[in-house]
Ligand binder design. Sequence first.
Ligand SMILES: [Zn+2]
Length: 58
Amino acid sequence: MSNEDKSRAAGQAAGYCWAPYKGGKARCTRSPHEYKRHVDHYTGRQGVTDMKGIEWTG
Ligand SMILES: [Zn+2]
């Protein structure tokens, strides 16, 4: 099992959608969802008070 596979498995085990963001290292940290709007709440924040970082659709 590659590190990539382990990372994916860990994220999904934690209850995240975990869809990869093609423009960087972000992954969706929402609960699994149907609509195509993903959010990484940790990656890409401008400051510690920001509620979320990168958002993307795909
Ligand atoms: Zn998502």
